[in-house]
Structure formats: structure tokens, C-alpha cells
Design a binder for this molecule. Structure first.
Ligand code: ME8
Length: 504
């Protein structure tokens, strides 16, 4: 089975911030998890380089749009390995292959009769690259997202007949209740559709930084058409000499935040219908990371630089924190002090200690070899028992419940710690008559730690890899408790989450 997952492609008008890292890590968690399940995965991220957001930022900096795009796209590309993201491809909408494919698809949309020439008059936010309806405007005709005053625009454009897809879109939502998750976002998108769709601008006349319309090269494509198509165009050129389209299209999952819901949940499926291309299977809409009360955003200037956070805490703690602290799907505030607390109490104390105790006791009491035994029923069953945990996490991740899945795993990490306290292996070790019982306890601990670490691998890949190696586990496939016998040789390792220097 194949699994194709995408992130939004990010604007290159500024450097990446933690909000961008967040969506990308979410997609990475799913990609890594699906690889563990043996799926043929394609995971894509990249940069959205055309249009006004980039052209305006370049003008402000006195460089060409291409120069700005090259510089900032490189920053996004560098971010990926820094946050342990395992993307299979990084698309840039300035790639010539992308541009050619966009023109081919849009020519089809044109030839199928879904475009016409007209005059646009209304409110436009150059930062969103979006036309705002009266009801969307903030006080004083401002953009509700960027809080800047908007100007009324009048221009001759090509239009896309979005309105003619009203019935088809309603049918799509009816036939596929899981097309947009979570459900409250689906309802929001459907309400927007049912409210009546208006045609949308397809081109901009006074902009040169974009993809020229193949049938009217004097105009460039409105950036959203060029951008949305990235999910499709890349498959035709991501692998040299190979077209991956038949293998991976339709896409399994788009990951994005609520700010771009309308484009993905309304315009995108309509555009694909117009071009005669299959719709993606599903999209998941997450909330915003907030700093205090406000959305973290470049234009509001309250961003947390992921590079800085990683230099202090490492990538895995950042990944863990984001999905533990903020319930995936909802908005949530983050703060440096929150990182420190979770790092200490959960990563270092709960998990790091469990790992070092388990490895140390096997070393001390069994010469570094995991004894052979059956899993202790006390650990397998009961509240937060480990039995069936992999199946449970798979089910949650199939529903894209990233925080709930992590919580299910973490409850088992804590259960394992309680098990150590209950079973008291250090007392058992003093009594020769308890040798078999000690075997069972040490086996159960090593086995439980192996199972939860395999499940944690998508969240904290670097740490999990290290620990799985130390547990003598070569496979990265998901496993249930008791599926590996004894005999593995373990290795002692340095603390997984050492004490960090704090500013205080
Ligand atoms: O909208 N919290 O690009 P963009 C959570 N190029 N996620 C956040 C966030 C925050 N505070 N800030 C940004 C664009 N994001 C278009 C997309 S797709 C065909 C074109 C994430 O650079 C989130 O995924 O403004 C959001 O949807 C995306 O970055 C917007 O990135």
C-alpha cells in the first residue's frame, strides 16, 4: 500500500518559524509511523515562491524575488534535518518542471471551459494573497489575520468558475464524511460551500513574479493555483526518469492549519474536478501555536525561532513538546518555560529514567542479556496495560489523533515506571529463590520499553533509534508485548535527556 502525505508549502517572504516546523513535524510523525507499518511512503514539503507575498518582501529588501526565494527556501530546506524531518522531496514552485506542469494542468482547466475573463473589484490582502469578502474584513477594512489596512482593487482578471462546482462539492462532502478532519472543520468548510460559492480570480495582471497563463502570457497565475498544484506536479519529476503520479496519486493526506482551510477544502477539490484529476483522500486541519494569546506569525513579529530552540533543547524535545502540550487540532499556547517543565518531568524523569534503570538492571543482574520469560500479566493487563498498545496507537494515528496517540503511549511509559516500583527487582536480586521471578520482571521491562520506544520513534526519532540500538533491537516494525523473546544483548548508554542549562 502507498501513503502520500504533504505539508503546506511555505511562503519565502521570511524565514521559517516554529509554526512551520509544527505542521512539518506532524506530517513527519505520520510518514515515519506509516513506514514502520511497511507502507510505501512519499512525504513532501517545500516552498511557495511566487506571488505578491514574495514580490513585496523582495522589494522591501531591495533584492529580486528570485534572490529572496533562493535565500529563504534554503533556510526552510535546512530546517528539515534540524527538526529530524524525513521528507522524500522538497518542492520549490520555482522549479521549471513544476511551472511546466502547472501550465499543462491549467490549460486543461481552460480548455474544459472553466475560466472566463472579467473584472475584479474588492478587497485584497497582499500578505495572504487572498481576496476578502466584506464579511471577512476586520474593523476599518483590515485583514483579520495580518491586521493591515486593505485597499480596494479593481483589475481585469481571468476567473475560475468555482460557483459551478457547488453541487459537486456538496456531493463530495456527503459521500466522503472524512474528507476533512476534525469534523468541526469539515462542518465549517461545508457551511462555506452551502453559503454559496463565488467565482475566484485566477490571474493577476500587474505582477510579473509568477507562472504565466499559457493562453494569455501577459497575466500570471494567482499564486494559490500554482501553489495548490504542487501536491500533484511534484510526482511527475521528484524522481529523475520516473513518474510517480500513478503510484502515489490521489494523495492520502494534506496537513495544514485552519488559515488555509478554504483554499484546500473548497478551491482545491474544485480545481481538480475542473482538470479531471482525482481528489485527495483526506486533509487534516490543525490549530495555531500561540505565543500568549496571539497566533505566532511573521507579520505579527512574535515568532519563536525553531533553530534557537533546537540549539538549546535538541529536536526531539521540541517535537515531543509540540504534540504533548498542544492538543493537535486545537489552538494552544506554547512558552519556553513549558519546554523546560516537560523536558524535566516527562522526558528526563519518566522516560529517560525508565530507560537507564532498565538497561542498568539488566547489565547488573543478568550480565547485559535480556532474560527469556513470558510478559508479566500484571503489566500486560489492567489499567494502562501494555497489551494491544500498538494496535491502539495505529488506530488513533489512522484518525490523525497525534496528541491522543502520544498520550496513550505516555500512559504506558508511566505504567512501566510504576511496574518497577511494584516489582522491586533490587529486592528480588537479593534472593536466589526469586531468580525466575527476576527474569520475568527484567524481561517484561525490556520488552515493554522496546514496544513503547517503537511507538515513540515517529515522535522522537533520534532518541528512539539510540535506545532501540541499546536494547539490541534491529527491526523498526511496530510490535506488541511479548513478540520478541529473550537473548538480546543490551548496551549501557549515556542519559537520553541530560540536564540542560537554563537561563535562570
Ligand atoms: O499559507 N501555528 O504559507 P505560510 C501553527 N504558501 N501552524 C502554523 C503557524 C502557527 N502559528 N504559522 C504557520 C501559506 N503555520 C501558503 C500555503 S499550500 C498549497 C500554500 C503553518 O508560509 C500552518 O501549516 O503562510 C499554516 O497553514 C502554514 O504554516 C502557512 O504557511
Amino acid at each position: 500500500m502507498t501513503y502520500y502525505v504533504t505539508t503546506p508549502i511555505y511562503y519565502v517572504n521570511a524565514e521559517p518559524h516554529l509554526g512551520h516546523a509544527y505542521s512539518t513535524i506532524a506530517a513527519d510523525i505520520l510518514a515515519r509511523h506509516m513506514r514502520q507499518r511497511g507502507e510505501d511512503v512519499f512525504f513532501q514539503t517545500g516552498t511557495d515562491e511566487h506571488g505578491e507575498p514574495t514580490a513585496l518582501a523582495a522589494e522591501r529588501e531591495g533584492v529580486s524575488p528570485k534572490e529572496l526565494a533562493d535565500r529563504n527556501s534554503a533556510r526552510f530546506r535546512e530546517l528539515m534535518p534540524k527538526i529530524n524531518v524525513s521528507n522524500d522531496f522538497f518542492i520549490r514552485t520555482s522549479d521549471p518542471e513544476h511551472i511546466a506542469k502547472v501550465q499543462e494542468v491549467m490549460q486543461r482547466v481552460h480548455d474544459n471551459g472553466h475560466v472566463y475573463e472579467g473584472v475584479y473589484e474588492g478587497w485584497y490582502c497582499p500578505r495572504c494573497a487572498d481576496f476578502k469578502t466584506e464579511s471577512e474584513l476586520g474593523p476599518g477594512n483590515t485583514c483579520p489575520i495580518h491586521e493591515i489596512e486593505l485597499e480596494r482593487q479593481r483589475e481585469e482578471n481571468w476567473f475560475f468558475r468555482l460557483s459551478s462546482f457547488q453541487d459537486d462539492l456538496e456531493r463530495l462532502y456527503e459521500e466522503r464524511p472524512g474528507f476533512v478532519v476534525p469534523e468541526f472543520r469539515r462542518n465549517e468548510a461545508l457551511a462555506f460551500i452551502k453559503g454559496g460559492l463565488e467565482d475566484v480570480s485566477l490571474s493577476r495582471p500587474n505582477l510579473s513574479w509568477g507562472v504565466p497563463l499559457p493562453w494569455d502570457p501577459g497575466q500570471v497565475m494567482y499564486v494559490w493555483f500554482d501553489a495548490l498544484l504542487n501536491y500533484y506536479t511534484s510526482l511527475s519529476y521528484a524522481r529523475e526518469g520516473e513518474d510517480l503520479t500513478d503510484r502515489f496519486w490521489p494523495c492520502d493526506l494534506h496537513v495544514l492549519a485552519k488559515d488555509i482551510l478554504k483554499f484546500h477544502a473548497v478551491i482545491w477539490p474544485a480545481l481538480l474536478m475542473a482538470a479531471g484529476i482525482e481528489r485527495p483522500r483526506r486533509m487534516v486541519i490543525h490549530g495555531f501555536l500561540l505565543m500568549g494569546e496571539k497566533k505566532m506569525s511573521k507579520s505579527l513579529g512574535n515568532v519563536l525561532d525553531p533553530f534557537e530552540v533546537i540549539d538549546r533543547f535538541g529536536a526531539d524535545p521540541l517535537r515531543f513538546y509540540c504534540f504533548r502540550e498542544v492538543s493537535f487540532g486545537q489552538d494552544g499556547s506554547i512558552a519556553p518555560s513549558g519546554f523546560e517543565t516537560r523536558y524535566e518531568s516527562e522526558l528526563a524523569n519518566d522516560y529517560g529514567n525508565l530507560a537507564s534503570r532498565t538497561l542498568a538492571m539488566i547489565e547488573r543482574y543478568r550480565d547485559g542479556v535480556v532474560p527469556d520469560a513470558a510478559p508479566d500479566a500484571a503489566l500486560a493487563g489492567g489499567e494502562d496495560g501494555l497489551e494491544g498498545i500498538s494496535a491502539q496507537v495505529q488506530e488513533l494515528l489512522d484518525r490523525v489523533e497525534l496528541t491522543q496517540a502520544l498520550d496513550a503511549i505516555w500512559r504506558r511509559v508511566r505504567r512501566l515506571n510504576r511496574y518497577v516500583e511494584e516489582a522491586r527487582p533490587w529486592d528480588l536480586a537479593k534472593d536466589e529463590g526469586e531468580a525466575e521471578r527476576l527474569d520475568q520482571v527484567l524481561y517484561s521491562l525490556a520488552e515493554g520499553l522496546r514496544v513503547v520506544t517503537l511507538l515513540l520513534l515517529p515522535y522522537i526519532p533520534e532518541t528512539a533509534e539510540k535506545l532501540l540500538d541499546a536494547l539490541g533491537e534491529e527491526s523498526r516494525e511496530l510490535a506488541e508485548l511479548g513478540s520478541r523473546g529473550g537473548g538480546a544483548r543490551i548496551e549501557r548508554i549515556a542519559p537520553l535527556f541530560p540536564k540542560i542549562e537554563t537561563d535562570a
